[in-house]
Design a protein around this ligand. Sequence first.
Ligand SMILES: Nc1ncnc2c1ncn2[C@@H]1O[C@H](COP(=O)(O)OP(=O)(O)OP(=O)(O)O)[C@@H](O)[C@H]1O
Ligand SMILES: [Mg+2]
Length: 320
Amino acid sequence: MEEEEENISSEIEKIKGVGPAIANKLRESGFSTIESIAVATAAELAASVEIGESTARKIIKAAQSLLKIQFMTAKELLDKRRVIYKITTGSSNLDNILGGGIETRGITEFFGEYATGKTQICHQLSVTVQLPQDKGGLNAGAVYIDTEGTFRPERIEQMALSLNLDPEKTLSNIIYGRAYSTDHQLFLVKNLDEVITSSNIKLVIIDSIVSHFRSEFPGRESLVKRQQKLNKHLHDLLRLSDIYDCAVVVTNQVIARPDVFYGNPLIPAGGNIVAHTVTTRVFLTKRKENLRAAKIVDSPILPSSETLFKITEEGVRDAE
Ligand SMILES: Nc1ncnc2c1ncn2[C@@H]1O[C@H](COP(=O)(O)OP(=O)(O)OP(=O)(O)O)[C@@H](O)[C@H]1O
Ligand SMILES: [Mg+2]
């Protein structure tokens, strides 16, 4: 274990121009892997490590050449997209409308009113991602960033048992972080690179994405600042999903649009920034008892279809 940690921590020293002092500063600022440095901007790196932009550019170039990040043809991009993996939600009907499950290399958002099952789905996915691939998982762990304090390990145990997984092992494959503020939430995500690579993480959950932003930046006058910060946060998440081939799942609250008189007045919070960054949006509504409806909205590739699922003691399942 010790040896492994040492290997990881010395990884960025492989980059030409990164000596121990710069390496330490980089790690302190969350640039703990070659990948994270290769996709940083020179300004970002220069500001956090207190080096000149031209030095920063050289370091980024050196990191990129280590990783061979370069332009690719559309054909290569398509081949890369073909290896997108899917994680089962526990309900095959819900998987179907999602095109086979929650996909890696993108952000999936579940939004809806209270008790519609957002947190339950997050719990379920952090268990199913651990299943072998032939059972709908990725044989990998999850990171769970909890902004509302609603994560329940006991619920994970229940869900693990119903899938014949060892509850203790299942819990130890979920890395939990409680975010107490927007700064804390951003900080946790900034520091995920090393966790993702060292713990075989294929799913990052943020439950919920904008609640702290809404309470810390209320009102019109703080809107611009809030959206800038939220934009940065979402792009950090998108970057993680892209460079580490992992799925990102976020939950979101709904707000009522005052100007909608016909149809559905409920829209996800977070405005255009969230709308433009997430890959797939799923609207959840409550039906009677434990039944819930899920509907795909505004997807560039999925049809706008709807299905029912239920929340049971075992977890998320098909509605009978
Ligand atoms: N152990 C359980 N067995 C069966 N159903 C459960 C269990 N735990 C939770 N539920 C169901 O899940 C619902 C709560 O869903 P969840 O917490 O996912 O809502 P949410 O969409 O996250 O709401 P909020 O906006 O308040 O965070 C409960 O109303 C209940 O129906
Ligand atoms: Mg919740």
